[in-house]
Each structure stands twice: as structure tokens, then as C-alpha cells.
Design a protein around this ligand. Structure first.
Ligand code: GDP
Ligand code: MG
Length: 177
């Protein structure tokens, strides 16, 4: 017999989607390595990063996938979404068009994954308050209408980055355990 908490393994795939340049790669590098790049190029090679967190004394691992820039060509494939338990749908609060695109990303998500996938709407670049084009209220309203969790983040100054990923991972864990 297994002892409580031993031999149990949790590994959840989480995917990050959203328009090009909203800060997807920087959110992941901030979370996984505490790094930020002002002039980041499209990710090449690395498909995902694995991060562990402790929940109820259990080690829960998240395999977090970043696009390799293929979103620019609207060419994110079904393989990217396959097996995902959670997703961060990212827009840039200083770029209205990236917020308008969320509807299309939701459609794409619905085509490629089942409805039980945990979905978090992320308004990134909240450090750019003076350039804001999407209010917090608009973000909240969309999230409420679509049944998404909602948070604003800044990969640049780290605001809410850890929290955003941890909410997603905890919520997935709560749903499966
Ligand atoms: P991706 O195409 O969605 O992966 O976006 P990147 O992570 O490559 O970021 C695109 C650009 O936005 C880069 O120049 C980043 O430095 C910048 N960026 C990313 N996150 C933030 C943020 O939170 N605040 C600000 N001010 N810039 C950011
Ligand atoms: Mg990227």
C-alpha cells in the first residue's frame, strides 16, 4: 500500500496563447527563471519549461508551453493544445487589438481542447499605465462573460506573474484531485 502523499505524481500541461508581442515568452521566463528580456526574439528550440510547486505537501509539476512565434502566422497547431489542462490567454493592456483578438483565441481553444480546460485571461504589461488602452473593468467583464479567471500582470516588474501561474496550477490540481 502506498503511504499518504507518496508515489503520487502530478504533471499538468499548461499552454500560453495570445497575439505576437503581448509578452508570453517573458511571462514564462519571469516565472521559470526570473528573467526578462527587453528585446526578446521568437523562442527557438525550447518548447516548454517545467516548474514545480508544493500543494498540500505534494509536488505538483506544470509543463508550461510557449509558442515559437508561430502565432504571428496564425499557425498554432493542434499538437500545441493537445493534453493541456490549463491555458493563459494573454493580451497587452497597451494594445487594444491584442484584447480584441482574445475572442479568436477562445474560438481556437474551443476547437482544439475540451471545455474543462482551466482558462485564465491575462492582461500583461500593467506597468504601462500611461499607455493603457484596455481598462481593468473591460478585462473583468470579458472574463466574467466567458467564464475565465482574470488577472493583470507585468513580466517587466514581476507584478502578479507568480500568482497568475500558481492560480492556474492550483485550480487544475483542485479539479483533478
Ligand atoms: P511574445 O511574442 O508574446 O512572446 O512577447 P515577448 O515576451 O517576446 O515580448 C514582446 C515585447 O514586449 C518585448 O520587447 C518585451 O520586452 C516586451 N514586454 C513583455 N512583457 C512586458 C511587460 O510586462 N511590460 C513591458 N513594458 N514590456 C513587456
Ligand atoms: Mg514569444
Amino acid at each position: 500500500e502506498e503511504e499518504e502523499g507518496e508515489g503520487e505524481e502530478y504533471l499538468f500541461k499548461v499552454v500560453i496563447i495570445g497575439d505576437s508581442a503581448v509578452g508570453k515568452s517573458n511571462l514564462l521566463s519571469r516565472y521559470a527563471r526570473n528573467e526578462f528580456n527587453l528585446h526578446s526574439k521568437a523562442t527557438i528550440g525550447v518548447e516548454f519549461q517545467t516548474q514545480s510547486m508544493d500543494i498540500d505537501g505534494k509536488e505538483v509539476k506544470a509543463q508550461i508551453w510557449d509558442t515559437a512565434g508561430q502565432e504571428r502566422f496564425r499557425a498554432v497547431t493542434s499538437a500545441y493544445y493537445r493534453g493541456a489542462f490549463g491555458t493563459l490567454l494573454v493580451y497587452d493592456i497597451s494594445r487594444r487589438s491584442s484584447f480584441d483578438s482574445i475572442a479568436r483565441w477562445l474560438d481556437e481553444l474551443n476547437t482544439h481542447s475540451d471545455t474543462t480546460i482551466m482558462r485564465m485571461l491575462v492582461g500583461n504589461k500593467c506597468d504601462l499605465e500611461t499607455l493603457r488602452e484596455v481598462s481593468i473593468e473591460e478585462g473583468k467583464a470579458l472574463a466574467e462573460a466567458e467564464g475565465l479567471f482574470f488577472i493583470e500582470t507585468s513580466a517587466l516588474d514581476s507584478t502578479n506573474v507568480k500568482t497568475a501561474f500558481e492560480i492556474v496550477i492550483k485550480e487544475i490540481y483542485n479539479n483533478v484531485s
